[in-house]
Design a protein around this ligand. Structure first.
Ligand code: ATP
Ligand code: MG
Length: 225
């Protein structure tokens, strides 16, 4: 199948949730992000964490209208959702959920995890994967106490990240909320969506920083120009 056919298929794929199928699995990883656009850094942490924590599935959930980024210009959710589909299509352990992009208004992680908890059976363990930088901000998240009861967290360290502050924060969260926050060091890839957007705007190459199909989709739809 060529790239254009795949892009077309991904654009057409129905976005209705079939979360019920997740009940076949016991350990699910959730990879949330703006994915504007999704890049190799995201895919590497998801795959390495899946392997290390023996997760049955990783569900990528592109944010609808993320509260932390609402003052910045974000690409319409539909494009970010399709790019995430294209990037993950070749990995049988990866799924994409439209749970947040279909919700109107601001989306919070607590609402997403609650929805998943309602649909999945109780014995399913949910691991919310996030960059270590986000863990430092965790106390500002909506209903953090409840959130930490509903799921575990895995903090992936980013290149050049100061571990001392992270360990302190995790200790604080554990003492205060009885949280389950794991840390892991993933292969260091200094790639960010911000840098990719800048490169495209300036006409510089982004080849190998993101999957070929995502790059093609970006050019086809004139994104980030
Ligand atoms: P932006 O530059 O727009 O903030 P981003 O590259 O940080 O984009 P997000 O969609 O904000 O991408 O990130 C989703 C999650 O992936 C976050 O938890 C973030 O910390 C993590 N992440 C992003 N890039 C990397 C990377 N290169 N290595 C490790 N974690 C990453
Ligand atoms: Mg970011």
């Amino acid at each position: 199948m060529n790239i254009d056919t795949l892009i077309e298929l991904a654009s057409k794929k129905g976005s209705k949730e079939k979360i019920i199928q997740y009940n076949n699995f016991k350990r699910i990883g959730i990879m949330g992000g703006t994915f504007d656009p999704i890049h190799i850094g995201h895919l590497v942490i998801a795959e390495e964490i899946r392997n290390e924590f023996k997760l049955d599935k990783i569900i990528f959930i592109p944010a609808g209208n993320p509260p932390h980024k609402d003052n910045k210009k974000i690409t319409p959710a539909k494009h970010r959702y399709i790019m995430t589909l294209l990037a993950t299509i070749s990995n049988p352990y990866f799924e994409v959920s439209a749970i947040e992009v279909e919700r109107k208004g601001v989306t919070y992680t607590i609402d997403t995890i609650k929805t998943l908890r309602e649909i999945c059976s109780n014995d399913i363990e949910i691991y919310f994967i996030t960059g270590a930088d986000s863990i430092l901000e965790l106390h500002t998240w909506k209903n953090v106490k409840e959130l930490l009861k509903l799921c575990n967290f895995i903090a992936a360290t980013r290149p050049g990240f100061e571990m001392i502050n992270l360990k302190k924060k995790i200790q604080e969260m554990n003492d205060k909320y009885g949280a389950n926050i794991y840390t892991t060091i993933v292969t260091a890839l200094q790639i960010s969506s911000t840098d990719i957007r800048t490169r495209i705007k300036e006409g510089r190459t982004v080849k190998y920083l993101l999957p070929e199909m995502v790059e093609k989709y970006i050019h086809k739809n004139n994104l980030y120009r």
